[in-house]
Design a protein around this ligand. Sequence first.
Ligand code: SF4
Length: 413
Amino acid sequence: MINKEILTGAFKGEMDSQWGVLTGVRPVKLITKLTDRGLSDGEAIKSFMEELGVSEMRSRICLAASEFSRTVRDGLAARDILLYIGIPFCPTRCTYCSFVSNSMPGAMKLLDPFMDMLLYEMEYAAERLKISGLNIRAVYIGGGTPTTLDEERLERLLSAVERHFGSGFDEYTVEAGRPDTVTDKKLETMLRHGVNRISINPQSLSPAVLSAIGRQHGPEEFFHAFEAARRAGFRYINCDLIAGLPADNPESFKDTLRRVMELSPENITVHTLAVKRGSTINELGAALPTADEVRAMLDHGAETLTGAGYRPYYLYRQKNSAGGFENTGWTKPAMHSLYNVATMEELCGNLALGGGAVSKMMDPVTGFITRAFNPKYPYEYNTNREKIEKCKDEFFDFYRERSLPGIDVPNRE
Ligand code: SF4
């Protein structure tokens, strides 16, 4: 439950009407369905605006993102899946976080048992993958903050990925969310193992905002991390920003965006703050921007990014986000992330390993989707080998039970 004071005080309970009657998480899926049915772009926009009451700007953003969705969908074979590896540890906990992430150094004792179990899970999954007929198209190591791992543990993790799942993926991303966890050695380790995308996330470049969300770094660390990643040779860098953070306002948000854009990252993701159960932001009662201010931030972002040649390539909404607004990934031409589009638009299955990871199985013929859940918290994950195995069995059984075009699966037994 959202703290009432925040609803009445900061967001003022306002729900902007930008999304009309649409309440779903994936509006791009809906507009893609309309164009798949033969509606022209103009008709699809008209339907979104007139029948659903979505604003023109957001209808156009959805339509633009649906082009990426169709392109990625057309490039996926029935046997293609994604691989996700979740590292649920962070240096400290952000005040807005509701994720299962454990912060260091308190969680240090959980880390090595977690790594041992994760490597076991990789081996278990890889054995089944080899005889499944499935093919990994993109790998994403997320969290938490995977770069919380020190250099030796990161090397151990990436070597294990290579040993069990191979190399040369179209896309291999590591989320280096916290700039203060990035070192030259870790960047070199990632590149040596074939990682070709990295996400370095300032969220804001306002020192007051960074302090209000519990970050232990200032804006300088973000710039250092970004420059180090470029220097090391990363061609694809994403930066996440959040609109609606405590102590932020439209002017400081604009300043953050301007300074991030000066670095010319290939992707910029603009999130809206979602205040969820489990985050300490509720307890702090920090001053949050109003829904009108959040909208001003997002609209400014959309106009500025579009003007600079970025295009919206995926979009999703979350419960409890400020003003009911959206999260949008922006990309320079032809530099979008296949993983992000395929995940958000549910275009293929996702084999998910690690703490709190949720595997998604999708029948590429019928579109039927079901999920299998790994143990959530590290202390459960570290001691629950049986459940982890069961979750992997569910994933591969799903595909073995189906006769899919392009998949010739030998019987395991
Ligand atoms: S970096 Fe992300 S996962 Fe980690 S504490 Fe902050 S919001 Fe949570």
